[in-house]
Design a binder for this molecule. Structure first.
Ligand SMILES: Nc1ncnc2[nH]cnc12
Ligand SMILES: [Zn+2]
Length: 322
Protein backbone atom coordinates (compact mmCIF):
# COMPACT_ATOMS: atom_id res chain seq x y z
CA UNK A 1 0.00 0.00 0.00
CA UNK A 2 1.26 3.46 -0.87
CA UNK A 3 -1.69 5.55 0.20
CA UNK A 4 0.28 6.71 3.26
CA UNK A 5 3.23 7.93 1.15
CA UNK A 6 3.55 11.56 0.13
CA UNK A 7 3.48 11.95 -3.65
CA UNK A 8 4.55 14.40 -6.34
CA UNK A 9 4.27 14.36 -10.10
CA UNK A 10 5.91 16.27 -12.91
CA UNK A 11 3.98 14.96 -15.89
CA UNK A 12 0.23 14.98 -16.44
CA UNK A 13 -1.51 16.44 -19.52
CA UNK A 14 -4.47 18.28 -18.06
CA UNK A 15 -7.05 17.43 -20.73
CA UNK A 16 -5.76 13.86 -20.46
CA UNK A 17 -6.79 13.89 -16.79
CA UNK A 18 -10.49 14.24 -17.66
CA UNK A 19 -12.48 11.37 -16.15
CA UNK A 20 -14.94 9.93 -18.74
CA UNK A 21 -17.82 10.92 -16.42
CA UNK A 22 -16.71 14.57 -16.57
CA UNK A 23 -16.35 14.34 -20.36
CA UNK A 24 -19.93 13.02 -20.53
CA UNK A 25 -21.14 15.88 -18.31
CA UNK A 26 -19.36 18.42 -20.52
CA UNK A 27 -20.85 16.83 -23.64
CA UNK A 28 -24.31 17.09 -22.04
CA UNK A 29 -23.69 20.72 -21.19
CA UNK A 30 -22.94 21.57 -24.82
CA UNK A 31 -25.30 19.07 -26.45
CA UNK A 32 -22.49 17.09 -28.10
CA UNK A 33 -22.39 13.43 -29.13
CA UNK A 34 -19.38 11.60 -27.67
CA UNK A 35 -20.45 8.04 -28.48
CA UNK A 36 -17.47 7.71 -30.86
CA UNK A 37 -14.94 8.44 -28.12
CA UNK A 38 -16.54 7.04 -24.96
CA UNK A 39 -17.98 3.55 -24.84
CA UNK A 40 -19.03 1.67 -21.70
CA UNK A 41 -17.61 4.47 -19.59
CA UNK A 42 -14.12 4.26 -21.15
CA UNK A 43 -12.27 6.21 -23.80
CA UNK A 44 -12.04 4.56 -27.20
CA UNK A 45 -8.60 4.39 -28.84
CA UNK A 46 -6.35 1.66 -30.14
CA UNK A 47 -2.94 3.24 -30.79
CA UNK A 48 -1.13 6.55 -30.31
CA UNK A 49 -2.74 8.10 -33.39
CA UNK A 50 -6.28 7.29 -32.28
CA UNK A 51 -5.37 8.23 -28.71
CA UNK A 52 -4.43 11.76 -29.90
CA UNK A 53 -7.72 12.00 -31.83
CA UNK A 54 -9.65 10.97 -28.74
CA UNK A 55 -7.61 13.37 -26.57
CA UNK A 56 -8.33 16.29 -28.90
CA UNK A 57 -12.04 15.45 -28.94
CA UNK A 58 -12.10 15.44 -25.13
CA UNK A 59 -10.20 18.76 -25.06
CA UNK A 60 -12.86 20.26 -27.31
CA UNK A 61 -15.47 19.65 -24.58
CA UNK A 62 -13.89 22.38 -22.43
CA UNK A 63 -14.97 25.74 -23.78
CA UNK A 64 -14.89 28.35 -21.03
CA UNK A 65 -12.60 29.55 -18.29
CA UNK A 66 -14.94 27.93 -15.77
CA UNK A 67 -14.79 24.58 -17.57
CA UNK A 68 -11.00 24.58 -17.30
CA UNK A 69 -11.10 25.75 -13.68
CA UNK A 70 -13.40 22.83 -12.85
CA UNK A 71 -11.10 20.35 -14.59
CA UNK A 72 -7.93 21.53 -12.82
CA UNK A 73 -9.61 21.80 -9.44
CA UNK A 74 -11.16 18.33 -9.73
CA UNK A 75 -7.87 16.74 -10.80
CA UNK A 76 -5.70 18.37 -8.15
CA UNK A 77 -8.25 17.73 -5.40
CA UNK A 78 -8.23 14.03 -6.29
CA UNK A 79 -4.41 14.02 -6.25
CA UNK A 80 -4.34 15.72 -2.85
CA UNK A 81 -6.72 13.08 -1.45
CA UNK A 82 -4.12 10.48 -2.47
CA UNK A 83 -1.37 12.27 -0.53
CA UNK A 84 0.04 14.37 -3.36
CA UNK A 85 1.74 17.62 -2.35
CA UNK A 86 2.91 18.83 -5.78
CA UNK A 87 1.77 18.48 -9.39
CA UNK A 88 2.91 19.95 -12.69
CA UNK A 89 0.21 19.93 -15.32
CA UNK A 90 1.08 20.11 -19.00
CA UNK A 91 -1.13 22.66 -20.71
CA UNK A 92 -1.66 23.53 -24.33
CA UNK A 93 -2.77 27.09 -25.11
CA UNK A 94 -3.34 25.75 -28.63
CA UNK A 95 -6.41 23.93 -27.27
CA UNK A 96 -7.71 27.23 -25.87
CA UNK A 97 -7.17 28.87 -29.25
CA UNK A 98 -8.73 25.99 -31.21
CA UNK A 99 -11.93 26.19 -29.19
CA UNK A 100 -12.11 29.97 -29.54
CA UNK A 101 -11.55 30.61 -25.83
CA UNK A 102 -8.11 32.10 -26.32
CA UNK A 103 -4.85 31.29 -24.58
CA UNK A 104 -5.11 33.88 -21.79
CA UNK A 105 -8.55 32.74 -20.65
CA UNK A 106 -7.45 29.10 -20.95
CA UNK A 107 -4.55 29.74 -18.56
CA UNK A 108 -6.65 31.92 -16.25
CA UNK A 109 -9.22 29.14 -15.90
CA UNK A 110 -6.62 26.47 -15.18
CA UNK A 111 -4.85 28.76 -12.71
CA UNK A 112 -8.13 29.43 -10.89
CA UNK A 113 -8.59 25.66 -10.56
CA UNK A 114 -5.05 25.20 -9.24
CA UNK A 115 -5.56 27.99 -6.72
CA UNK A 116 -8.95 26.64 -5.59
CA UNK A 117 -7.43 23.18 -5.03
CA UNK A 118 -4.53 24.70 -3.10
CA UNK A 119 -6.93 26.70 -0.90
CA UNK A 120 -8.89 23.51 -0.10
CA UNK A 121 -6.09 20.99 0.26
CA UNK A 122 -2.68 22.72 0.30
CA UNK A 123 -1.54 20.99 -2.93
CA UNK A 124 0.91 23.09 -4.93
CA UNK A 125 0.51 23.18 -8.72
CA UNK A 126 2.38 24.64 -11.68
CA UNK A 127 1.74 24.71 -15.43
CA UNK A 128 4.10 23.70 -18.25
CA UNK A 129 3.15 25.05 -21.65
CA UNK A 130 3.65 22.46 -24.33
CA UNK A 131 4.33 22.70 -28.01
CA UNK A 132 3.07 19.85 -30.16
CA UNK A 133 5.40 18.08 -32.57
CA UNK A 134 2.81 17.16 -35.16
CA UNK A 135 1.72 20.80 -35.43
CA UNK A 136 5.20 21.62 -36.72
CA UNK A 137 7.97 24.10 -35.86
CA UNK A 138 6.20 27.29 -36.97
CA UNK A 139 3.18 26.75 -34.73
CA UNK A 140 5.61 25.75 -31.99
CA UNK A 141 7.47 29.03 -32.27
CA UNK A 142 4.26 31.01 -31.98
CA UNK A 143 3.39 29.09 -28.82
CA UNK A 144 6.93 29.59 -27.47
CA UNK A 145 6.65 33.35 -27.99
CA UNK A 146 3.34 33.26 -26.14
CA UNK A 147 4.87 31.19 -23.31
CA UNK A 148 7.76 33.65 -23.07
CA UNK A 149 5.29 36.40 -22.19
CA UNK A 150 4.74 34.51 -18.93
CA UNK A 151 0.99 35.09 -19.14
CA UNK A 152 0.52 33.65 -15.65
CA UNK A 153 2.97 33.29 -12.72
CA UNK A 154 2.01 29.62 -12.34
CA UNK A 155 3.50 28.92 -15.81
CA UNK A 156 7.02 27.80 -14.97
CA UNK A 157 7.99 25.30 -17.65
CA UNK A 158 7.95 24.35 -21.31
CA UNK A 159 7.54 20.92 -22.92
CA UNK A 160 7.39 19.25 -26.34
CA UNK A 161 4.67 16.59 -26.69
CA UNK A 162 2.75 15.00 -29.54
CA UNK A 163 3.72 12.49 -32.23
CA UNK A 164 7.39 11.73 -31.55
CA UNK A 165 7.79 10.01 -34.92
CA UNK A 166 7.24 13.34 -36.67
CA UNK A 167 10.00 15.96 -36.89
CA UNK A 168 13.28 15.91 -34.97
CA UNK A 169 14.07 17.90 -31.82
CA UNK A 170 16.49 19.97 -33.92
CA UNK A 171 13.44 21.45 -35.69
CA UNK A 172 12.30 23.00 -32.41
CA UNK A 173 15.53 24.51 -31.05
CA UNK A 174 14.37 28.08 -31.72
CA UNK A 175 11.25 27.45 -29.62
CA UNK A 176 13.36 26.07 -26.79
CA UNK A 177 15.79 29.01 -27.01
CA UNK A 178 12.83 31.38 -26.63
CA UNK A 179 11.48 29.45 -23.64
CA UNK A 180 14.91 29.15 -22.00
CA UNK A 181 15.56 32.88 -22.40
CA UNK A 182 12.22 33.53 -20.71
CA UNK A 183 13.40 31.56 -17.68
CA UNK A 184 11.12 28.55 -18.17
CA UNK A 185 12.22 25.08 -17.09
CA UNK A 186 12.64 22.71 -20.03
CA UNK A 187 11.55 19.12 -20.61
CA UNK A 188 10.94 17.12 -23.79
CA UNK A 189 8.84 14.06 -24.62
CA UNK A 190 11.44 11.64 -25.98
CA UNK A 191 12.19 7.94 -25.84
CA UNK A 192 8.52 6.99 -25.68
CA UNK A 193 7.31 6.21 -29.22
CA UNK A 194 10.81 6.58 -30.70
CA UNK A 195 14.02 4.99 -29.55
CA UNK A 196 17.18 6.11 -27.79
CA UNK A 197 18.21 8.38 -30.68
CA UNK A 198 15.30 10.66 -29.83
CA UNK A 199 16.49 11.11 -26.24
CA UNK A 200 20.01 11.73 -27.51
CA UNK A 201 18.61 14.36 -29.90
CA UNK A 202 16.86 16.13 -27.03
CA UNK A 203 20.02 16.17 -24.89
CA UNK A 204 22.28 17.23 -27.76
CA UNK A 205 20.09 20.01 -29.17
CA UNK A 206 18.34 21.44 -26.11
CA UNK A 207 19.97 20.08 -22.92
CA UNK A 208 16.73 20.01 -20.87
CA UNK A 209 17.06 19.21 -17.17
CA UNK A 210 14.36 16.57 -17.56
CA UNK A 211 13.05 14.16 -20.18
CA UNK A 212 9.36 13.28 -20.37
CA UNK A 213 9.41 9.44 -20.43
CA UNK A 214 12.96 8.78 -21.68
CA UNK A 215 12.46 5.10 -20.94
CA UNK A 216 13.64 3.86 -24.34
CA UNK A 217 17.07 5.24 -23.47
CA UNK A 218 17.44 1.71 -22.08
CA UNK A 219 18.14 0.60 -25.68
CA UNK A 220 21.53 2.37 -25.55
CA UNK A 221 23.82 1.64 -22.63
CA UNK A 222 26.07 4.66 -23.31
CA UNK A 223 23.06 6.95 -23.29
CA UNK A 224 21.87 5.53 -19.97
CA UNK A 225 25.30 6.28 -18.53
CA UNK A 226 25.15 9.82 -19.91
CA UNK A 227 21.70 10.41 -18.35
CA UNK A 228 23.01 9.17 -15.02
CA UNK A 229 26.25 11.18 -15.23
CA UNK A 230 24.49 14.39 -16.23
CA UNK A 231 21.75 14.00 -13.60
CA UNK A 232 18.96 14.32 -16.16
CA UNK A 233 15.64 13.50 -14.48
CA UNK A 234 13.32 11.01 -16.21
CA UNK A 235 9.57 11.54 -15.84
CA UNK A 236 8.57 7.91 -16.19
CA UNK A 237 4.94 6.88 -16.71
CA UNK A 238 4.84 3.06 -16.56
CA UNK A 239 1.06 2.69 -16.84
CA UNK A 240 1.01 4.87 -19.94
CA UNK A 241 3.88 2.93 -21.48
CA UNK A 242 2.15 -0.42 -20.99
CA UNK A 243 -1.22 0.94 -22.21
CA UNK A 244 0.44 2.28 -25.37
CA UNK A 245 2.41 -0.99 -25.71
CA UNK A 246 5.80 0.69 -25.54
CA UNK A 247 6.53 -2.32 -23.29
CA UNK A 248 4.38 -5.46 -23.20
CA UNK A 249 3.97 -5.49 -19.40
CA UNK A 250 5.36 -4.07 -16.16
CA UNK A 251 7.89 -6.87 -15.86
CA UNK A 252 9.46 -5.62 -19.10
CA UNK A 253 9.41 -1.97 -18.05
CA UNK A 254 12.92 -0.53 -17.53
CA UNK A 255 12.19 1.69 -14.50
CA UNK A 256 14.16 -0.57 -12.14
CA UNK A 257 17.05 -0.96 -14.62
CA UNK A 258 17.29 2.79 -15.18
CA UNK A 259 17.29 3.47 -11.46
CA UNK A 260 19.89 0.77 -10.81
CA UNK A 261 22.06 2.38 -13.50
CA UNK A 262 22.03 5.61 -11.49
CA UNK A 263 19.40 7.55 -13.44
CA UNK A 264 17.22 9.96 -11.49
CA UNK A 265 13.65 8.68 -11.96
CA UNK A 266 10.18 9.87 -10.95
CA UNK A 267 6.63 8.43 -11.09
CA UNK A 268 3.94 10.12 -13.21
CA UNK A 269 0.47 9.48 -14.60
CA UNK A 270 0.62 11.08 -18.12
CA UNK A 271 -3.09 10.88 -19.18
CA UNK A 272 -4.51 8.84 -16.31
CA UNK A 273 -8.09 7.89 -17.27
CA UNK A 274 -7.08 7.28 -20.90
CA UNK A 275 -4.54 4.74 -19.67
CA UNK A 276 -6.74 3.34 -16.87
CA UNK A 277 -4.39 4.65 -14.23
CA UNK A 278 -3.89 7.41 -11.65
CA UNK A 279 -0.87 8.74 -9.79
CA UNK A 280 -1.89 6.62 -6.81
CA UNK A 281 -2.00 3.57 -9.07
CA UNK A 282 1.46 4.36 -10.49
CA UNK A 283 2.77 4.38 -6.92
CA UNK A 284 0.94 1.12 -6.26
CA UNK A 285 2.44 -0.47 -9.39
CA UNK A 286 5.92 0.65 -8.35
CA UNK A 287 5.36 -0.87 -4.93
CA UNK A 288 3.32 -4.01 -5.52
CA UNK A 289 4.25 -5.00 -9.09
CA UNK A 290 7.78 -3.66 -9.54
CA UNK A 291 8.81 -4.34 -5.96
CA UNK A 292 10.20 -0.95 -4.97
CA UNK A 293 10.47 -0.39 -1.21
CA UNK A 294 8.78 2.59 0.45
CA UNK A 295 12.23 4.18 0.87
CA UNK A 296 12.97 3.76 -2.84
CA UNK A 297 9.59 5.28 -3.74
CA UNK A 298 10.16 8.17 -1.32
CA UNK A 299 13.46 8.87 -3.06
CA UNK A 300 11.63 9.13 -6.41
CA UNK A 301 9.21 11.63 -4.86
CA UNK A 302 12.16 13.60 -3.48
CA UNK A 303 13.75 13.58 -6.94
CA UNK A 304 10.51 15.01 -8.38
CA UNK A 305 10.57 17.90 -5.91
CA UNK A 306 14.27 18.47 -6.53
CA UNK A 307 13.59 18.66 -10.28
CA UNK A 308 10.34 20.63 -10.04
CA UNK A 309 10.07 23.92 -11.89
CA UNK A 310 9.44 26.01 -8.77
CA UNK A 311 11.16 28.88 -6.96
CA UNK A 312 13.61 27.85 -4.24
CA UNK A 313 11.48 28.84 -1.20
CA UNK A 314 8.67 26.63 -2.54
CA UNK A 315 11.09 23.76 -3.17
CA UNK A 316 12.45 24.06 0.37
CA UNK A 317 8.92 24.03 1.78
CA UNK A 318 7.93 20.99 -0.32
CA UNK A 319 11.07 19.08 0.63
CA UNK A 320 10.37 19.80 4.28
CA UNK A 321 6.84 18.41 3.83
CA UNK A 322 8.16 15.03 2.66
N1 LIG B 1 1.89 10.14 -23.84
C1 LIG B 1 1.98 11.20 -24.64
N2 LIG B 1 3.02 11.32 -25.50
C2 LIG B 1 3.12 12.37 -26.31
N3 LIG B 1 2.23 13.36 -26.36
C3 LIG B 1 1.18 13.29 -25.54
N4 LIG B 1 0.13 14.11 -25.37
C4 LIG B 1 -0.67 13.58 -24.44
N5 LIG B 1 -0.17 12.42 -23.99
C5 LIG B 1 1.00 12.21 -24.67
ZN1 LIG C 1 3.10 12.95 -21.74
Amino acid sequence: MTRHLKKAELHCHIEGATPPELALAQAGKYGLDVSEIIRDGAYVWTDFTSFVKCYDAVASLFRTEEDYALLAEAYLTELAAAGTIYSEIIVSPDHGNTIGLGADAYLRGLAAGIEAARAKTGIEGRMLITIIRHMGPEAAERTALYAAKRAHPLVTGFNLAGEERMHRVADFTRSFDIARDAGLGLTIHAGELSGAFSVRDALDHVRPSRISHGVRAIEDVDLVKRIADEGVVLETCPGSNVALQVFPDFAAHPLRALRDAGCRVTLNSDDPPFFHTSLLQEYEIASQVMGFSDAEIDSMTRTAIEAAFVDEPTRTRLLAAL
